[in-house]
Design a protein around this ligand. Structure first.
Ligand SMILES: Cc1cc2nc3c(=O)[nH]c(=O)nc-3n(C[C@H](O)[C@H](O)[C@H](O)COP(=O)(O)OP(=O)(O)OC[C@H]3O[C@@H](n4cnc5c(N)ncnc54)[C@H](O)[C@@H]3O)c2cc1C
Length: 444
């Protein structure tokens, strides 16, 4: 069914909380509806939104805003009809089902000498569990569902705002995982050729928060209808990012599986038993750690939240995110406002020399060396160095716990106030470091 509204208030449909209206707003709840829409006749421009969590509306929208309510989660693989369902979707058949199935897990691939450890390498892994998810599903609802099923793959992406369709456009990422790592195929409606098409993950042109769907040449042409993810019923913890491993180990409670060094994680598959001297990944009481990992093997994924399960990792990540980022329902934002700039090594050395002159010879400027010899410097560090952290400008402010985030501090901020603050930050970073910041947030 298609619901059409005119002069629709979008305040609650963008996490920045900009008080704007759309001249025409159309919400549909099935793939079939897309065929019925006459795209050539829609008021232009046309914008498809998800949860509006990466958008900054700078004014009322003069054209048509589309929104998907295609909501289903369905396990394809392991279900007798799984592959034929995939095939029928490729033909553009409707996917009306909202049922979900428990995977018929195979527990036979464990190391024979230590049932709590899976063999690494291709010989040891069970087939992925293919899960088809409608574009209108809130991405975090999908993460919660996967954790409840004991399925691995999206737990690190927990609590990222937005919907499944946009996740495949944005290639969302957090805590060492990008959604492309678990995407199998992206299904779309081509509004130009008026046909259903599918993009295997290799054809999506994924890069850092980037995909072909963002390419200016084709942006807006493809509407994501649903995404098939390849999850795993076997433990695949990804804990190498920052202090995540330590936080998860702490949350393991009674297990006390303290990691030796976060950089050596993930805890994941090792060919050695957990207490084997050649297993470098985990220290701690072997009996308890063994018990902890035993519970990763799908014995009781939903209930054992103090053992290493997707649900436990999800819980830890949500806690960390709540401490660092503004809750969209409490304070409007679009997450990271700026991209992290990439500069030449010479430029970086100059910035670091100036920082050492100011803070002492031991001071280290945070940075990541990129494979192409360039250097990525956190925009948050630069913004903080320019004194913006926590500063207000009208109704807008730089978030006091994370300077990369601009917030609608009063809840009443005008787009001009957000843009004005953005401009002043860009100018001062340029002046102090000679670096141009670019927004991550899409200005509409
Ligand atoms: C507090 C906060 C924290 C955040 N943290 C993270 C984070 O950790 N990692 C991260 O990667 N991002 C993060 N973000 C950014 C944001 O959540 C993601 O970019 C998210 O994927 C946007 O989803 P959305 O549904 O809100 O899309 P929108 O913002 O509505 O749209 C984003 C883009 O996708 C397009 N689009 C939406 N739906 C479709 C569709 N069905 N078909 C085709 N195109 C479509 C839109 O046209 C637009 O170009 C954060 C945002 C906030 C507010």
């Amino acid at each position: 069914m298609i619901k059409t509204e005119y002069y629709k208030d979008l305040t609650k449909m963008n996490t920045f909380g900009m008080k704007v209206k759309a001249r025409c707003f159309m919400e549909y709840d099935s793939v079939a509806d897309l065929v019925d829409i006459e795209f050539s006749e829609l008021a232009r421009p046309v914008l498809h939104i998800g949860g509006g969590s990466n958008l900054l509306f700078t004014d009322d929208f003069k054209g048509t805003v589309l929104h998907s309510k295609i909501n289903f989660i369905e396990i394809l693989e392991n279900h007798p009809e799984g592959m034929s369902r995939l095939a029928s979707q490729e033909n553009g058949d409707m996917l009306a089902s909202s049922s979900s199935f428990l995977p018929e897990e195979s527990l036979s691939d464990y190391h024979p000498e230590c049932p709590s450890v899976i063999l690494s390498g291709s010989e040891g892994f069970a087939a992925p569990v293919l899960v088809s998810v409608g574009a209108g599903v809130v991405f975090d609802d999908f993460c919660q569902w996967a954790a409840q099923q004991g399925l691995w793959g999206v737990e690190n992406l927990s609590y990222i705002p937005g919907e499944v369709g946009a996740s495949a456009v944005q290639n969302i990422g957090a805590y060492g995982v990008e959604v492309k790592d678990v995407i199998h195929t992206v299904y779309c409606y081509d509004t130009v050729e008026e046909e259903f098409v599918s993009f295997p993950v290799q054809e999506c042109g994924y890069g850092y928060r980037d995909s072909i769907f963002k390419d200016p040449q084709i942006k807006g042409r493809y509407i994501v209808t649903h995404v098939v993810f390849a999850l795993s019923s076997e433990p695949q913890p990804r804990l190498e990012y920052g202090h995540l491993a330590a936080a998860v180990a702490e949350a393991c409670g009674e297990c006390h599986s303290i990691p030796e060094a976060p950089s050596q994680l993930p805890l994941g598959p090792s060919p050695y038993p957990v207490n084997h001297p050649k297993n470098p990944q985990i220290l701690g009481d072997p009996e308890k750690v063994g018990k902890c990992l035993l519970h990763t093997n799908g014995t009781s994924p939903q209930s054992e939240t103090n053992h290493l399960t997707p649900a436990l990792i999800r819980k830890v990540i949500i806690k960390i995110r709540k401490e660092k980022l503004p809750e969209p329902s409490v304070m409007g934002s679009a997450g990271s406002f700026f991209k992290n700039p990439v500069i030449t090594p010479d430029h970086f050395r100059k910035i670091e020399a100036e920082a050492k002159a100011e803070y002492g010879p031991d001071y280290k400027v945070p940075h990541y060396d990129l494979p192409d010899d360039m250097v990525k410097v956190p925009a948050a560090w630069m913004i903080e160095q320019c004194g913006w952290k926590g500063r207000r400008s009208g109704g807008a402010a730089v978030y006091d716990k994370q300077p990369l985030v601009i917030v609608n501090y009063t809840g009443e901020a005008y787009p001009e106030e957000i843009i004005g603050l953005e401009r002043r930050i860009i100018d001062s970073v340029k002046q102090k470091f000679g670096v141009g910041l670019h927004p991550e947030v899409e200005h509409i």
